[in-house]
Write a protein that binds this ligand. Structure first.
Ligand code: HEM
Ligand SMILES: *[C@@H]1O[C@H](CO)[C@@H](O)[C@H](O)[C@H]1NC(C)=O
Ligand SMILES: *[C@@H]1O[C@H](CO)[C@@H](O)[C@H](O)[C@H]1NC(C)=O
Ligand SMILES: *[C@@H]1O[C@H](CO)[C@@H](O)[C@H](O)[C@H]1NC(C)=O
Length: 471
């Protein structure tokens, strides 16, 4: 019996092997290894990204096979690109040669009218609408004051020890709710956020309600969040019939010529809450972490912001757009944090047809992964790529054409619509944080799976700085 079993297993393995090598000969696939049947190299990837040093997973494969290699991840054969030109090609041909793809849990929980899942001309229309909701003139005229005010309001409620990641999430959620539908933070937003956190937890489970309690809870929570948002949408429709309009994203959706249904609007708002939440709050936390570890950079940043404050009559005087525009070193910190933290390490796509690139053929229906992380941490493109060095972004330094290799916000038809907003939020946060506090951080460690974060949510001890005015 055991012999027969062994024989069957060997037979299956050799079939798989023959199948793979014929496939490789028919298509000139990039070199690589597939790992075990079915799971492929998924477990190696996950264990690398659960550690604080995931780089060897990519480094080893690039050394062995070159910048484009084949692997097998999350149930699919995958072409993994660490080549900036190929990454750009993938992003630019979105919807033509490549389609976006999300795990079933995420697409079920997001809802079918979410921007992340839309395709074709509807996606194009909604994407440009979203871009215009958060463009620089809107931020300048409407959002900046609220961002500044809500960040200060949150700081007022802090004790002298906080979990920075938690606080950053609260701030980010409140800001997004404000921008979407003009609600100031209060009990309603906190209740909504609690449900919403359960939805996010469901993203990283298997979408099988019978097996996963987390997924079941996420579905229930999603229904509750959608109900709460639907009530708001209905009320706002009534108000707008009475001629009452508000200058927020919901207002723009209702005023746009398109006749969006309640369900469409709710899915849309939920997707924006999701897309900005983990990303912006993580980047806030990690910027503080890198500054804590780099006293020279922190000193220079403090000087820049103390100078802005010195020109104001008091701490409460709001930041203005010209102040934001004057934060030259802050922008270096922002870029360097985005580069080295890689909140979105890359993007998955599926090929819509056979694709020839760099002398290889990728078959139709295959998964490709464009790794931003691998490019951002490659010393061919950024000198000493694995060191935090904000000065590399200064005007006269020798950054080698970062425009074409630096893409923390993606690019092409799915370029992040929040790219400007995220930069402004982070800059204002840093301004208020470094002018108000000195701090020390408790020991904590970065991990990268399923999302980038620190293990203990980054506990810090805060000390109020004296309001020192040099004049
Ligand atoms: C540091 C903060 C952020 C980072 C690093 C980031 C990064 C990204 C990246 C790389 C993509 C492209 C995904 C793809 O091509 O499949 C993306 C898409 C998106 N982002 Fe962001 N993002 C950030 C903040 C925000 C914020 C604040 C918002 C809210 C307005 C937002 C809304 C979106 C949306 C709606 C999409 C989907 C676009 C589409 O599929 O057409 N993001 N983001
Ligand atoms: C920003 O979007 C608004 C519409 O929401 C538009 O009127 C304005 O021209 C846009 N500004 C820029 C700089 O693109
Ligand atoms: C401070 O204000 C003065 C005069 O209003 C201006 O010339 C100067 O550039 C300002 N400095 C900063 C750092 O904003
Ligand atoms: C930061 O990166 C962006 C590209 O995302 C670039 O346009 C900008 O010039 C960079 N800022 C600095 C200070 O180098």
């Amino acid at each position: 019996m055991a012999y027969i079993l062994l024989f069957v297993i060997i037979f299956i393995f050799s079939l798989l092997f023959i199948h793979r090598s014929t496939r490789r000969r028919r298509y000139h696939l990039p070199p690589g290894s597939y790992g075990l049947p079915f799971v492929g190299e998924t477990l190696q990837l996950i264990s690398a990204y659960k550690s604080d040093n995931p780089e060897p997973f990519i480094d080893q494969r690039v050394n062995r096979y070159g910048p484009i290699f084949t692997t097998h991840l999350f149930g699919k054969p995958t072409v993994f690109s660490t080549d900036p030109e190929t990454n750009r090609f993938i992003l630019m041909n979105e919807g033509k040669l490549f389609d976006c793809s999300y795990p079933g849990s995420i697409s079920n929980l997001l809802g079918k009218h979410s921007l992340l899942l839309m395709k074709g001309s509807l996606h194009k229309r909604m994407h440009s609408l979203t871009m215009s909701f958060a463009n620089s003139s809107i931020i300048k005229d409407h959002l900046l004051l609220d961002i500044d005010r809500l960040i200060r309001l949150n700081f007022d409620s802090w004790s002298d020890r906080v979990l920075l990641m938690e606080e950053a999430k609260k701030i980010t959620f409140e800001l997004t709710v404000k921008q979407l539908m003009s609600f100031d933070p209060g009990e309603w937003t906190e209740t909504l956020r609690k449900e919403y956190v359960l939805v996010i937890e469901g993203f990283f489970t298997l979408p099988l309600p019978l097996l996963s309690a987390t997924y079941r809870k996420a579905i229930t929570a999603r229904t509750k969040v959608a109900e709460a948002l639907t009530l708001i949408v209905r009320q706002r429709r009534k108000d707008s019939v009475m001629g009452e309009t508000k200058k927020d994203m919901l207002g723009s959706l209702l005023a746009s010529g398109d006749q969006f249904s309640d369900e469409q609007i709710v899915d849309f708002m939920l997707a924006l809450l999701v897309a900005g939440y983990e990303t912006t709050s993580t980047i806030m936390t990690l910027a503080v972490k890198f500054l804590t570890e780099n006293p020279l950079a922190l000193a220079q940043l403090k000087e820049e912001h103390d100078q802005i404050r010195a020109n104001k009559s008091c701490e409460d005087e709001p930041l203005e757009w010209t102040d934001y525009k004057s934060m030259a070193f802050t922008q270096c910190i922002v870029n360097e944090t985005l580069r080295i933290a890689n909140i979105i390490g890359g993007i998955f796509r599926v090929t819509m047809q056979d694709i020839n690139i760099k002398g290889y053929t990728i078959p139709k229906g295959w998964q490709v992964f464009a790794s931003f992380r691998a490019v951002h941490l490659n010393s061919d493109y950024f000198k000493d790529a694995r060191t935090f060095n904000p000065w590399r972004w200064q005007k006269n330094s020798e950054v080698s054409s970062p425009a074409n290799v630096y893409m923390p916000f993606g690019g092409g038809p799915r370029l992040c619509p929040g790219y400007e907003l995220a930069r402004v939020v982070l800059s204002v946060f840093l301004h208020r944080f470094v002018t108000r506090y000195s701090w020390s951080a408790e020991e904590d460690k970065l991990v990268f799976f399923p999302t980038t974060r620190t293990q203990k949510r980054y506990p810090i001890i805060l000390k109020r700085r004296l309001e020192s005015k040099s004049t």
